[in-house]
Design a protein around this ligand. Sequence first.
Ligand SMILES: Cc1cn([C@H]2C[C@H](O)[C@@H](COP(=O)(O)OP(=O)(O)OP(=O)(O)O)O2)c(=O)[nH]c1=O
Length: 199
Amino acid sequence: MTQLYLASGSPRRRELLTQIGVPFTVVSAPIDETPLPGEAPAAYVERLAQAKAVAGFAHTDGRGVVLGADTTVVLDGQILGKPENREQALAMLGDLSKREHQVLTAVALTDGRRSVSCCVSTRVRFRTISFEQALRYWDSGEPVDKAGGYAIQGLGAVFVSAIEGSYSAVVGLPLSETAELLEQFAIPCWQLQEDAHGA
Ligand SMILES: Cc1cn([C@H]2C[C@H](O)[C@@H](COP(=O)(O)OP(=O)(O)OP(=O)(O)O)O2)c(=O)[nH]c1=O
């Protein structure tokens, strides 16, 4: 069986990959996440996902497959990354209030010879967020390491009035598309533990 490596420090991505029953080993390979001048958001997330996979591959024995992913929030064509401080987080939440935005998540796989990737776009609509709510939300500690300053899987769920597309992509890894990419490297999902069904 091909060994899968997850090049990510994100606990969300670990949980999501575990959810679909794929065994993996985490490798840490931080990269520079600065957008290139004039870079389109979809090109940006796909480039970062590929860069994470390639950087992770350097930390393996060269015989496995490495998965990298990147998530960003896009509003009016602008990339909203992780807020660097309270002011940035409050500004992001204020901008997202009562509007629809896109969440882009790209996934890339490489085995050192062949690389595949995809980018998934999901539409998320927020209800009105008051300044006081944004302040309290910041104080919860949740926005700090999340693209766009919120977590749909956490307290931030109360802001989400509608979603069109992939929920798991918003959290950090589009599971249906990831399964398809894994199949291209003959890595199946649902690798049940033998003792899980009494075998
Ligand atoms: C919009 C949104 C983002 N996020 C998270 C997913 C990502 O972890 C993070 C975006 O940052 P990323 O740079 O995509 O990922 P990361 O730095 O957390 O992890 P790594 O690069 O090591 O893989 O925002 C949520 O958890 N929930 C949400 O609703």
